[in-house]
Design a protein around this ligand. Structure first.
Ligand SMILES: [Zn+2]
Ligand SMILES: [Zn+2]
Length: 248
């Protein structure tokens, strides 16, 4: 596997599934790029927790539509796997939380991002407490949909959403290319921004689940254990964004 994936899947203590087999990671030697595993079938799974920060280096292109801005630019992404949870198989109950000592990884790449002003949040009836769940759910759904517009896999892209980003001073949702220098996926997202976010909104609206599921706003690669997610607020957010960006 590639180095980036290894931190979250074969860290010390991870339960690693491979071709139907289950293995427990005994040792993870980053310098040698080797994980030592033994066949084991514990009655728990492991989920890594990863902190990701994104810094805007520069905006290259932008579209400003009232209080919504869509940007394409260069970003610096820092990711660090900080801990993992052990969860009981079946119930999903958390039975342990272990810290990990892995270095941060840095990636300079391309991202597409949109910002929304406070007035839009008020219009969409998203109060301060609901903003993190709204943008996080909107980010996951947008990542799930982008492969329909850019020929990529959801594992080729990543995202960061934040109620207040230090570089934009606004509520911001980023989707970035997972390869150094970028691979053109974020650019496709920028060029097809309206249709992409409309399809994102439609997937959320059409999904029959109540609070979010893997078909709409949950992500299998979320570094935050899919918390928080607010599906109804994400839909209202995207409705308000599309009023500006892609009025139909
Ligand atoms: Zn759903
Ligand atoms: Zn997430």
């Amino acid at each position: 596997m590639d180095a980036a994936t290894s931190h979250s899947t074969v860290h010390r203590g991870a339960v690693y599934l491979h071709q139907g087999g289950s293995y427990l990671v005994l040792e993870f030697d980053l310098d040698a790029a080797v994980a030592l595993v033994e066949a084991a079938t514990p009655d728990w799974t492991t989920v890594a927790r990863e902190d990701t920060d994104i810094r805007v280096v520069e905006s290259i292109r932008s579209r400003i539509a009232g209080d919504v801005e869509l940007h394409l630019g260069t970003v610096e992404v820092s990711s660090q796997v900080v801990s993992y949870q052990r969860r009981q198989t079946g119930s999903g109950r958390v039975i342990g939380d272990e810290a990990l000592d892995l270095p941060a990884r840095h990636l300079r790449t391309r991202a597409v991002w949109y910002t929304v002003a406070e007035g839009l949040l008020a219009e969409a009836e998203i109060d301060d407490d609901a903003v993190p769940g709204a943008v996080h759910a909107a980010e996951h759904a947008a990542i799930g949909i982008l492969p329909l517009f850019a020929t990529c896999d959801r594992w080729d892209i990543g995202g960061v959403s934040t109620a207040l980003h230090p570089d934009t001073s606004l509520t911001t949702v980023f989707v970035y290319d997972g390869y150094p220098g970028g691979a053109g996926f974020a650019e496709r997202g920028f060029l097809r921004g309206g249709p992409w976010l409309r399809a994102t909104r439609d997937v959320i609206a059409a999904c029959e689940c109540v609070a979010g599921c893997p078909s709409c706003v949950q992500s299998p690669k979320c570094g935050n254990g899919n918390e928080p997610l607010d599906k109804p607020a994400a839909r209202r957010l995207l409705d308000a964004v599309l009023c500006r960006l892609d009025p139909s």
